[in-house]
Write a protein that binds this ligand. Structure first.
Ligand code: EPZ
Length: 428
């Protein structure tokens, strides 16, 4: 088993280049199924979730060719099945986007319910409601969602909860429906806008992306495109927090600073300095960290995918902070490991109360999901001693070359293969 060894105490310094956005890539890859031609996708991140989705496309009959490390060409015309089995969907949540893409393309889809990060229950009822509103029969059969429509017809859909996944899945199917679909209370995340831009570059007619009303006029044909994925907001945010937490000075390049505003605002409140340039942000901290309160929200609010990293930073801030998780029912499982490292955090349902301590101390810990893993790396960087992190395949899902990137910033971080008999027991 591979483990990460992080020796703390070094302030991060230097430059880091941010890769393409995971949550845009994992929607754009299934969306390529809707094309009648070749999709050349640039700035694609080299992460496990992307590998899994590209393998799925290949397994279904598409041709997938890497032109270079960050550019891939997908020709989906060879796909002639609408069935996606559990062996394909179990590794990533984003495989659910094959539902909307297949339904749009074939007017039918039978896709196994997905696996992926399971920090709490992740229902698909809004996705199903959207498919049904477009005219599909929706049934569950043997762990698969079975969708069938004689034809898809545009309609108005109101999402009871702002959902990234439901907005994406409905957008994918509605692109090829007859007439106009309106999604109200749609998600506004940067990756929603990126997916809409990708689909529009193939010939779709989607307006309003980035607002809470999306208008999608169906078209009969989507063609070839060349498209470059936006930089990853959460990868950038993770390095920003790591810079501030370690008292370092890092220039984070290849970012869209507008996407980082909610993160910058909270880092400044917590005592860091954030300077913005055209395509970079510089984060440094000279003084002490201060308490601050945070509530996660759909975009443009503070992203839930940055919550574990910020809680880790606040664990060594002066004073008592309160962090409310308002997107997911609960997302604080990782706190057990921070406590093990000496943090003082009390969780009550959706709220964590963090009493700042002087320092964390190393311990053997385990990544229970992708962002929990990122938070534990930051914990290791600020702790005394060497923290060992297990389950790092979950970090590989969403962070490209993180060991190399942190090492280039001066971190003492190493990935080591440990024979199973030498592995220490972990909590949880
Ligand atoms: C996406 O998940 C992201 N994943 C998540 O990032 C992110 O945490 C989340 O959006 C919120 O920003 C991808 O983009 C692949 P939702 P998704 O549907 O689409 C409720 C990461 O670490 N809901 O926006 O699954 C749901 O329970 C991952 O990169 C329903 O009630 O999230 C939650 O409370 C983890 N019914 C809220 O909506 C539904 O049918 C938001 O979920 C769907 C969702």
């Amino acid at each position: 088993m591979e483990k990460l060894f992080v020796k703390g105490g070094t302030p991060l310094k230097g430059k880091v280049y941010i890769s393409g956005a995971k949550n845009a890539a994992v929607a754009i890859i299934p969306a390529a199924l809707l094309s009648d031609g070749i999709c050349r996708i640039e700035n694609i991140p080299n992460i496990a979730d992307v590998t899994v989705l590209l393998q799925m496309l290949k397994g279904l009959g598409a041709s997938v060719k890497y032109v270079n490390k960050s550019t891939v060409e997908i020709d989906p015309t060879g796909v002639n099945t609408h069935i996606v089995p559990y062996e394909m969907t179990r590794k990533t949540r984003a495989s659910s986007y094959f539902m909307g893409a297949m339904l749009g393309r074939f007017k039918k889809a039978k896709v196994a319910l997905p696996g992926g990060c399971d920090f709490c229950a992740r229902p698909l009822d809004l996705h199903e409601k959207g498919f049904a509103a477009l005219g599909a029969d929706v049934e569950k059969d043997d762990g698969m969602l079975d969708l069938k429509a004689d034809r898809l017809v545009g309609t108005s859909i109101y999402l009871d909860t702002v959902s990234v996944g439901a907005t994406i899945n409905i957008m994918l199917a509605a692109c090829k429906a007859r007439g106009r679909t309106i999604i109200e209370n749609a998600a506004k995340e940067p990756h929603i806008v990126d997916l809409a831009n990708f689909l529009n570059s193939m010939g779709a007619d989607i307006k309003g992306a980035g607002t809470d009303v999306l208008k999608i006029s169906g078209v009969s044909h989507l063609g070839s495109t060349t498209y470059s994925i936006i930089p990853d907001q959460i990868e950038a945010g993770t390095y920003m927090v790591a810079a501030a937490a370690t008292g370092g000075d890092v220039k984070i390049k290849n970012v869209i600073p507008k996407h980082l505003e909610s993160i910058s605002a909270k880092l400044i409140e917590a005592g860091a300095t954030v300077e913005e340039g055209d395509e970079f942000v510089r984060v440094y901290r000279k003084g002490e960290l201060r308490k601050c309160n945070i509530k996660t929200q759909p975009h443009p609010g503070f992203p839930t995918d940055m919550q574990p990293q910020m809680v880790t930073l606040l664990s060594i801030a002066n004073g008592t902070s309160m962090v409310t998780e308002a997107v997911w029912d609960s997302r604080f499982k990782y706190v057990n490991y921070l406590d093990r490292m000496g943090a003082k955090i009390k969780v009550d349902g959706k709220v964590a109360v963090i009493e700042g301590v002087d320092k964390l101390k190393s311990a053997p810990v385990k990544a229970d999901d992708l962002r929990a893993g990122a938070a534990l790396i930051i914990a290791g960087l600020i702790a005394d001693g060497t923290t060992q992190i297990e389950n790092i395949h979950l970090i590989d899902r969403g962070y490209e070359d993180y060991v190399e990137k942190f090492t280039a910033l001066g971190a003492d971080i190493e990935r080591i293969n440990i024979p199973d008999s030498n592995i220490a027991d972990s909590v949880g």
